[in-house]
Ligand binder design. Structure first.
Ligand SMILES: Nc1ncnc2c1ncn2[C@@H]1O[C@H](COP(=O)(O)OP(=O)(O)OP(=O)(O)O)[C@@H](O)[C@H]1O
Ligand SMILES: [Mg+2]
Length: 206
């Protein structure tokens, strides 16, 4: 069982949106997925309630003890992937979610300021020696080359690909209890999310 944690203190960067989309895309690619929501905002709980199918598995977790218990229980079941959504804060629970991860994914808008704002999160991850990568989210449709900050991450091998473009599908899918790959199967948002899942899957293997 692999554990993927979406984490950044920067609010609104797309943690919950990516958790929902990646959970569905990974299921479609053959994984058995369980989503743990560590954010009291409850974005994903409402998304799960809107879903018409039983997958992915879902539970909320609000303490570190609950998190340990949940991960231990899931490891004994036949789940192949746990994806954790975290709150945009610094807390012991978020640190525990980083510690429990095989890979931490840090979403950020592709601007120098937003990438710089990931610094405290990065420090928290590095102090636990967990593997991590950035993923650019809400990239403009007609984005040209990567900005210097993002290009640097790519050189270091810590930029997940592809960047996820800003598209209505992401908002509409979440609102209808779907992943973008269900909402608009052949759309560009779906293609990007499938490709991102392949990148993550590969990284989780190593
Ligand atoms: N690729 C995208 N294209 C269009 N809209 C997006 C995209 N990613 C996220 N959004 C929108 O941006 C907003 C913030 O996204 P989301 O709630 O996933 O961020 P978050 O990191 O979970 O925020 P928080 O820190 O508050 O939990 C939402 O309205 C979401 O629909
Ligand atoms: Mg969120």
């Amino acid at each position: 069982m692999k554990v993927l944690t979406l984490v950044t203190q920067k609010g609104g960067s797309g943690k919950s949106t990516l958790v929902a989309n990646l959970a569905v895309a990974a299921e479609e690619a053959g994984e058995k997925v369980f989503v743990l929501d560590l954010d009291r905002q409850g974005t994903l709980g409402r998304w799960i309630e809107r879903r018409s199918v039983e997958t992915p598995g879902f539970d909320r977790v609000s303490t570190e003890t609950q998190l340990d218990t949940a991960l231990a229980t899931l490891a004994r079941q036949d789940y192949s992937l746990v994806i954790m959504d975290t709150a945009g804060t610094d807390s012991p629970l978020v640190t525990a979610a980083i510690r429990g991860a095989d890979l931490c994914l840090i979403p950020a808008r592709p601007t120098p300021a937003d990438l710089e704002a990931t610094q405290p999160t990065l420090e928290a991850i590095q102090s636990t020696r967990r593997r991590f990568a950035f993923v650019l989210n809400q990239a403009p449709v007609r984005s040209g080359r990567l900005n210097e900050a993002a290009a640097g991450l790519k050189v270091l091998g810590i930029l997940a690909e592809p960047p996820i473009t800003q598209r209505n599908d992401h908002q509409d899918a979440l609102g209808s209890g779907q992943g973008v790959t269900e909402f608009n199967t052949h759309g560009k948002a779906a293609e990007e999310i499938r490709a991102l899942w392949r990148w993550i899957k590969n990284r989780l293997k190593g």
